[in-house]
Ligand binder design. Structure first.
Ligand SMILES: [Zn+2]
Length: 476
């Protein structure tokens, strides 16, 4: 029997508001433990939460970018469960009336494009963080409530994902969209983007879903991909051996690269949702939504299409350059200087990206758009060859220096003086009689060798076109 995976993702995106969702406490990361708390987010009796409009606005922005329908009526509910980092013993979330419904994200794996449906996006408050002592002799845990009440947008996908690659592409696109919108920093290490996976297998070509398993606790897209692959194998093995899949929550163990059972269905929470009595329903009108829509920035897919149309870039280049907003901005700043768009793209994709760990950090790179543009102009006006330019770029990346000064200091100006090149050509011809004879007897390949020798003799500084012309003249 052959099986196919059915995968859905639940992504928690921390919204980057200055204050928490229901109180005025700061959301700054890395502050001293429990210094950003107040009676509201500590869940003390008698306090009243007030919705932070900025969190609502950012959730709507996210929903619009995910092609969702924004609800003009939504409400908050209490999700009841006890956990040490949840001081109220309930989380304020949205149950049956979320702020955004429906939508999709378009992904591409290989050449195939596919739409992954979005079920919903809802707002909720984050919990605090438990810290367990790593000293085994010291059985102690601490709790930090700074994160309690930080706004989250939970984005739930339809079970439309059919492989680990599709899951990875979905997460990448989701993250890129959120970063373009600037509604979250999406830093997985700091927990501002977290992902749970729902996965089941079913007999290939059939409709009913198999029993699903939830996987939590993955802190990178790579871990999500690996956990999915592990689960597909584990479930395939179990089903092929006639076993039943248990409905359970599993955790990902990054050290052992495997999932393990955390709790079964019997231990699953009954959340006893009910409407939050302390918050009025959220009622917004279409004009409010339209105003937010009108201020949305250009999104990755639109920008990609524009790069192809406006700059004549191949779709691949456009995709790579727009995968991060700072990189796309960088590219456009170079092109604005009058540089040939394809040339700028080649330099960024080959030379620049090879020296950058994360395209998001391009603003801190030693070579800024104006400097790259002046380097490329030095090639266009014949001051240096493309090959020398790579050496200059290397130096710019290392020191942040100006291309023209580096060329001058290091004496890298291209030799375009005919007599100087002729001199080198004569020397090379005299030193390689065999190649000269080969060329004259019709072996065209010998010319390439001779050009190479001249370039080497001139330490790359001779103008290659002139070298070719002079060589041909002297050989014929
Ligand atoms: Zn507070």
């Amino acid at each position: 029997m052959e099986f196919e995976p059915v995968i859905g993702l639940e992504v928690h995106v921390q919204l980057n508001t200055a204050t928490k969702i229901f109180c005025g406490c700061s959301t700054r990361f890395k502050a001293d433990a429990n210094t950003q708390t107040c009676p509201v987010c500590l869940g003390l009796p008698g306090v009243l939460p007030v919705l932070n409009e900025e969190a609502l606005r950012k959730a709507i922005m996210a929903g619009l970018a995910l092609n969702s329908t924004i609800a003009t009526y939504s409400k908050f509910d209490r999700k009841n469960y006890f956990y040490p980092d949840l001081p109220k013993a309930y989380q304020i979330s949205q149950y049956d009336k979320p702020i955004c419904l429906g939508g999709f994200i378009e992904i591409k794996t290989g050449d195939a494009a596919k739409k992954i449906g979005i079920t919903r996006l809802h707002l909720e408050e984050d919990a605090g963080k438990s810290i367990h002592s790593e000293d085994p002799g010291k059985k102690v845990s601490y709790v930090n409530f700074n994160r309690t009440g930080v706004p989250l947008a939970e984005i739930v996908s339809e079970p439309d994902i059919a492989s680990s690659d599709e899951a990875y592409a979905y997460l990448q696109n989701l993250k890129t969209i959120m970063k373009y919108l600037e509604v979250s920093d999406c830093n997985m290490e700091e927990g501002s983007l977290r992902c749970d996976v729902n996965i089941s297998l079913r007999e290939k070509g059939t409709r009913p879903f198999g029993q699903k398993v939830e996987i939590k606790n993955m802190n990178s897209f790579r871990a999500v991909k690996m956990a999915i692959e592990f689960e597909i194998q584990r479930q395939t093995r179990a089903l092929s051996g006639g076993e039943r899949i248990l409905q359970e929550t599993r955790l990902w163990d990054a050290n052992r690269s495997e999932t393990f059972s955390m709790r079964s269905k019997e231990e699953a929470h009954d959340y006893r949702y009910f409407p939050e009595p302390d918050l009025p329903p959220v009622m917004i009108d279409q004009a409010y939504i339209d105003a937010i829509r009108s201020r949305l920035p250009e999104l990755p897919a639109q920008r990609q299409a524009r790069f192809v149309a406006e700059y004549g870039l191949p779709p691949y280049d456009a995709e790579v350059l727009t995968a991060s907003r700072p990189m796309a901005d960088y590219y456009e700043a170079v092109v604005k200087e009058g540089v040939n768009p394809k040339k700028a793209s080649n330099w960024i994709m080959v030379e620049l990206m090879a020296r950058l760990d994360d395209p998001e950090n391009v603003q801190a790179f030693n070579v800024q758009p104006l400097q790259l543009a002046s380097l490329l102009r030095l090639i266009d006006d014949g001051t240096i060859s493309g090959k020398i330019a790579k050496t200059v770029f290397e130096e710019m990346a290392r020191t942040g220096g100006d291309p023209a000064s580096i060329v001058k200091e290091k004496g890298l100006v291209q030799v375009t003086d005919t007599s100087a090149i002729e001199e080198v050509v004569d020397r090379v011809l005299a030193g390689n009689p065999q190649s000269v004879a080969d060329f004259r007897s019709g072996k065209g390949k010998a010319l390439g060798f001779l050009v190479g020798q001249v370039m080497k003799e001139s330490r790359g500084k001779a103008n290659p076109q002139m070298v070719n012309e002079i060589l041909m003249k002297k050989l014929s």
